[in-house]
Design a protein around this ligand. Structure first.
Ligand SMILES: [Zn+2]
Ligand SMILES: [Zn+2]
Length: 140
């Protein structure tokens, strides 16, 4: 148990006031490890390899709790498809139109947009850029 308490994932979950469940732990661990912005369905498939008890509802509830705690964010790049990202720093995304791979783009890759160019009456709060194109593998 003392070993588990020293676990950085357990520490992070606790620091956000989240109860540690095997699903929350595994989902957060999985999202920290991968950079492919999986959907809840993809996470469920992976999770069931380790914890065959997980249902879709548990995965959604765990993701919701992680999002509410600010540890994970929902990324909407395609209409109606929620993907999840443990990179909560501001960043942009590259989406390959052929294979669908999604890659993070560092925020500082682009100069800041001048949001004060918006028409009066619109109050900007956040933005991010989605670049569409072909990835290395699909370019050839
Ligand atoms: Zn590609
Ligand atoms: Zn991302």
């Amino acid at each position: 148990m003392s070993q588990r308490l020293a676990d950085p994932i357990v520490k992070t979950l606790k620091s956000k006031g989240l109860r540690i469940t095997p699903q929350r732990y595994s989902i957060y661990a999985s999202l920290l490890e991968r950079t492919d912005h999986p959907t809840a369905e993809q996470l469920l498939v992976d999770l069931n390899r380790d914890l065959p008890i997980s249902s879709q509802a548990t995965v959604y509830n765990s993701l919701q709790a992680l999002c509410d705690a600010g540890l994970v964010r929902e990324v909407l790049l395609e209409h109606g498809v929620s993907r999840y990202d443990a990179n909560t720093e501001a960043h942009h995304h590259f989406v390959c139109r052929q294979c669908g791979v999604i890659e993070d783009i560092d925020w500082h890759t682009f100069p800041d947009l001048s949001l004060n160019q918006l028409r009066p009456g619109l109050q900007a709060e956040a933005y991010e850029v989605t670049v569409h194109g072909l990835c290395d593998r699909c370019c050839h």
